[in-house]
Design a protein around this ligand. Structure first.
Ligand code: 0O2
Length: 267
């Protein structure tokens, strides 16, 4: 297949990745806007390179005609979570969606691969609109913790360096490192509630400060400048107390003032 045809064939997969990135990032934002902890920490996506597709076709004995049906990870999304518990929550979020139809789930967390690889994989069918009409494509979603991701990233580059045959003494080290990753994830789970409390506090504080600053900015456009400067000074005083309840109270009062000027915080 010539390069132009590859480009045409891959374009809808790139579109699927772009759309899914927007959707998953929006899920994270939605949690934060509602002062909730998001089980999604990072999302990224990649289109498999033509060279990797050709390698996989050769490895799995897939013909060009079967390519789109048999290679299901041409489009890939990776979701990184802070804690192991978050992975289930992300899987649940995907199961609840009507625009992502799950056709396969592989749990390499309960069933770690021999290499030491851990991740939860889901294949979804996802529909994109193209100039030639609708196309439904498979997309592989890999969900794992930051610690698992660290291991997989390092191991992947070694696979590449040693062309799939990592020397046994390095493999042993990777296997030990994988066990250490389990320990890290386990230890982090034990303090998850503590960490969550701290993170939710910060999300709330960020949201309330954002709302106050937006209101002040809008008031500068419509209200008496001296009055707004007074409000601003009051805000600094409340902010210095580091008391979230006081900040929330201040934000509510400012909302009422802004409403009077039709200057409420809208981003
Ligand atoms: P790339 O470069 O990431 O695209 P397989 O037959 O195992 O090669 P299969 O049956 O499609 O592949 O599914 P599987 O096993 O779920 O693996 C799909 C992807 O998971 C791989 O894609 C890797 O991204 C990742 N993966 C699976 N096993 C390992 C592992 O041992 N180490 C690391 N680092 N990643 C792994 P590709 O096409 O192999 O590679």
């Amino acid at each position: 297949m010539d390069i132009q045809l590859w480009r045409e064939m891959l374009a809808p997969y790139q579109l699927a990745i772009d759309e899914l990135l927007v959707k998953f990032r929006h899920m994270k934002e939605q949690h934060e806007i509602q002062d909730m902890y998001s089980p999604i920490e990072f999302v990224d996506g990649r289109l498999k390179s033509i060279a990797s597709i050709l390698d996989k076709m050769q490895r799995k004995d897939v013909s060009m005609n079967d390519l789109q049906e048999k290679i299901e990870d041409i489009a890939g999304i990776r979701i990184t979570c802070q804690f192991v518990e978050d992975i289930d929550r992300v899987v649940q979020l995907i199961r609840n969606r009507r625009d992502m139809k799950i056709t396969l789930e592989k749990d390499y967390i309960s069933n770690k691969k021999d290499s030491g690889y851990q991740s939860y994989h889901i294949i979804i069918q996802y529909t994109v609109e193209t100039i030639h009409g609708q196309m439904t494509l498979p997309v592989e979603i890999q969900i794992r913790t930051m610690a698992m991701n660290f291991w997989a990233t390092v191991e992947h580059s070694l696979q590449y360096k040693y062309k799939g045959s990592i020397p046994s003494h390095i493999q042993q080290k990777l296997s030990d490192a994988s066990a250490a990753i389990d320990d890290i994830d386990h230890a982090m789970s034990e303090v998850r509630d503590e960490i969550l409390d701290a993170q939710i506090y910060h999300i709330r504080k960020d949201n309330v400060v954002k709302s106050i600053l937006n209101n002040i900015q809008n008031l500068f456009k419509v209200a008496n400048r001296r009055e707004v400067i007074k409000i601003q000074e009051e805000f600094y005083k409340v902010y210095e107390t580091e008391d979230l309840t006081q900040l929330q109270h201040f934000a509510k009062q400012l909302d009422i003032i802004s409403e009077g000027y039709h200057a409420q915080a809208l981003e």
